[in-house]
Design a protein around this ligand. Structure first.
Ligand SMILES: Cc1ncc(C[n+]2csc(CCO)c2C)c(N)n1
Length: 201
């Protein structure tokens, strides 16, 4: 890993995530999802706890959605949890693949998949005194986009087709930061193919 400090001006989006399939063949599902997605536009590393991905925003969201969809397509009940980050002052410019072209490599392969997902997200606009206004605005955006599910402590509930939920997450991640406040963290939990989803899936 290279380690030149970028002083928080870097456009690199990082995502650290885990997939937990509630199935006996969880190893096959995790490894299968990671290998079926085209990861050529992101830097990625998997360990025993999670996987980290770094790259341009569009490629991180494109690759993450494909990985989740490939795990979901097995039919197993799968949980995804991830932390997205951009603009961290302590971040480094290495392992980023920023030179990649803006052509999505997974979207053509997964665009026809349909998958209901129930999700909870949290926004953390770092060092921004107006953070509550930003959070309320983004919750309003979720309502306008038709993916809002319910209010709750410490997160907001989203649900719907995975393409709509991911599109919202990418949009809100773009809008909840600014030139003055570059550092943003977003947490996302998803539950897929859950027996609790009566009629929605
Ligand atoms: C996305 C993602 N990356 C890594 C792990 C950790 N993990 C748990 S079991 C397993 C397969 C056997 O090594 C791995 C890699 C995870 N759960 N999800």
């Amino acid at each position: 890993m290279k380690s030149s400090l970028s002083c928080g001006t870097s456009p690199i989006v990082g995502l650290r995530f885990s997939i937990h399939p509630m199935a006996d063949n969880f190893v096959e599902i995790i490894k299968g999802a990671l290998s079926k997605a085209d990861t050529s536009n992101v830097w990625m590393h998997t360990d025993d706890v999670s996987t980290v991905m770094r790259g341009k925003e569009i490629h991180v969201f494109d690759t993450a959605k494909a990985i989740v969809l490939h795990a979901a397509a097995t039919g197993a009940h799968v949980a995804f949890n991830g932390t997205f980050s951009i603009g961290c002052p302590g971040d480094t410019t290495g392992d980023s693949y920023l030179e990649k072209e803006d052509v999505l490599v997974n979207e053509p392969n997964v665009k026809d998949y349909r998958q209901y997902v129930s999700s909870q997200f949290g926004l953390y606009p770092m060092n921004n005194p107006d953070y509550m206004a930003i959070i309320y605005k983004e919750v309003e955006r979720a309502k306008e986009c038709g993916v809002f599910n319910e209010s709750m402590h410490y997160a907001s509930g989203l649900h719907g087709d995975i393409h709509d939920v991911f599109a919202f997450l990418e949009e809100t991640f773009m809008h909840a930061r600014s030139e003055q406040n570059k550092h943003l963290v977003m947490t996302v939990n998803m539950s897929i193919n859950s027996p609790s989803h009566k009629g929605g899936s």
